[in-house]
Design a protein around this ligand. Structure first.
Ligand SMILES: O=P(O)(O)OC[C@H]1O[C@H](OP(=O)(O)OP(=O)(O)O)[C@H](O)[C@@H]1O
Ligand SMILES: O=c1cc[nH]c(=O)[nH]1
Length: 194
């Protein structure tokens, strides 16, 4: 072997990402959740959708469009950044806060549906509840997620779930959404990097 040539690379042993939801699965799950929200609230007249950045915002926008299709009228959609309300700020890499945008209806006396892509420990949702309390007093707060992967650390559950996905702590669920990621929609699962 030439003394200057690089050492041979060990073959990559990590298992590939496994797709657990295709674009079609995601679209069907969101349509079902939109119908659930309308049914549960006997319409959507009082509903406000708030997406949790980052991908929850795109999901809330899609749910808003689906509900508008079903009901024939617009649903207020906004975003709620939770960065500064987290209880694990010190243990996480610093993140730039996203925008919070509230629809002009506000949230007082409304049914707020928080929307996120993945529900795991529940700490993001806890932070969202704290953040929301700074903006008003909804009549009720509900939670819609595309994937519930279990392993809750707090007494939080979702009202609307696209897919319950049994996972181990050693795995990472990745949601990709056209409109945010510039690739086709998918949910994949892989071993988390250590
Ligand atoms: O229930 P939890 O344990 O809080 O985990 C769920 C959260 O984790 C992910 O966000 P992440 O912080 O990775 O940021 P991202 O939305 O920018 O991907 C995901 O989008 C959820 O918001
Ligand atoms: O697997 C996980 C855990 C937290 N957040 C995600 O988006 N995926």
């Amino acid at each position: 072997m030439c003394p200057d040539s690089p050492p041979p690379q060990a073959p990559d042993q990590s298992p590939p990402d496994r797709e657990v939801l295709s674009a079609g699965d995601i679209s069907r799950a969101l349509r079902r959740i939109a119908h659930e929200i309308v049914e549960r609230n006997k319409g959507a007249g009082n509903v406000v959708l708030l997406g949790i950045p980052s991908r929850g915002v795109e999901l809330a926008r899609r749910l808003g469009a689906l509900i508008a299709d079903i009901e024939g009228s617009e649903v207020p959609v906004g975003s709620l950044d939770v960065t500064m309300y987290r209880d694990d700020l010190r243990g996480r890499p610093t993140k730039t806060p996203h925008q919070t945008h509230f629809p002009s209806t506000g949230v007082d006396d409304r049914v707020v549906v928080l929307v996120d892509d993945v529900l795991y420990s529940g700490r993001t949702v806890r932070a969202a509840l704290d953040a929301l309390a700074d903006y008003g007093r909804p009549r009720a707060v509900r939670l819609a997620v595309l994937v519930d992967r279990g392993h809750r650390e707090l007494p939080i559950r979702a009202d609307h779930v696209g897919k319950n996905l049994p996972t181990s702590h050693a795995e990472r669920v990745t949601v990709r959404l056209t409109g945010y990621d510039d690739v086709d929609d998918s949910v994949t699962i892989a071993r988390a990097e250590r």
